[in-house]
Write a protein that binds this ligand. Structure first.
Ligand code: COA
Length: 258
């Protein structure tokens, strides 16, 4: 398959998806989200693929968030649809894939980037990685499952702090809170993910896919939380703060919220 915004590499039964918009720090625009959906679907249906690694191109970013330039002028309905569509075709889709997905966080994983990493089945980070959900600094809330998956991984209190402060945490801190399983130097990131993948491959794919279903089932009581998140994400798009937050980012200045 040919894609404009992502690359796929395959070595035996390990496929690696590389988000490839380095000049925009691999920000997720609509095309990237759609192509990621197509790639995951394609690899899920390929029985030769036993593990998928997802990473970002370049040395600076995994994904620096959803593409702010694309949604800065959206209204409430468009904002709601953006969150609903993204959750359906990518974030929930990845979480529920029966092929194991490892996120190799090679740099900034912010907003939609951290949300994508959290939708993966587990995460490994390079030591330069920085993670956070900065959405409230733009006048919007985390919209791709961030308000649901972050508390599941780091606990409610730390998630509240991270979301409210919009601050980034280091890879080491992320490991301390269970957000990532390992931290290694950048040149060791993909080799470690491949090593973990090669252990996974030795086991029964059928049993692994059943285990993923069973583990995810424990979180189905959060289904309402995801709906509330979509609704509140949409509501943010009708506020002055959202206009100010996104405009300030695009104009490269600090926002001034009323
Ligand atoms: N959406 C759109 N474009 C983005 C982006 C995003 N989420 N994140 C980075 N970019 C773009 C920048 O606008 C810039 O483009 P330009 O060269 O055409 O001006 C380019 O990527 C490089 O980013 P820059 O900000 O110059 O790099 P930096 O090293 O100074 O800062 C970050 C890196 C990650 C701290 C900064 O880019 C940032 O804060 N990004 C937004 C993070 C965010 O709020 N994400 C959540 C979105 S919901």
């Amino acid at each position: 398959m040919n894609f404009d915004t992502i690359l796929i590499e395959q070595q035996e039964s390990i496929a690696t998806i590389i988000i490839n918009r380095p000049k925009k720090l691999n920000a997720l625009n609509k095309d990237t989200i759609l192509e990621l959906h197509q790639a995951f679907k394609f690899l899920e249906n390929d029985t030769s693929v036993k593990v998928i690694i997802i990473t970002g191109s370049g040395e600076k970013a995994f994904v620096a968030g959803a593409d702010i330039s694309e949604f800065a002028d959206y209204n409430v309905e468009e904002g709601t649809e953006l969150a609903r569509e993204g959750q359906n075709i990518l974030f929930d889709f990845v979480q529920n894939l029966s092929t194991p997905v490892i996120a190799a966080i090679n740099g900034f994983a912010l907003g939609g980037g951290l949300e994508l990493a959290m939708a993966a089945h587990f995460r490994v980070a390079s030591s330069n990685a920085k993670m956070g959900l900065p959405e409230v600094s733009l006048g919007v809330i985390p919209g791709y499952g961030g308000t649901q998956r972050l508390p599941q991984l780091v606990g409610k209190g730390k998630a509240m702090e991270m979301i409210m402060t919009a601050a980034m945490i280091s890879a080491e801190e992320a490991k301390q809170y269970g957000l990532v399983n390992y931290v290694v130097e950048q040149n060791e990131l993909i080799p470690l993910c491949e090593k973990l993948a090669s252990k996974i491959i030795k086991n029964s794919s059928v049993a692994i896919s059943a285990a993923i279903k069973a583990i995810n089932a424990n979180y189905t009581n959060c289904v309402n939380g995801y709906s509330v998140e979509i609704e509140q994400f949409g509501v943010s798009f009708g506020t002055e703060d959202f206009k100010e937050g996104t405009t300030a980012f695009l104009e490269k200045r600090k926002p001034e919220f009323e």
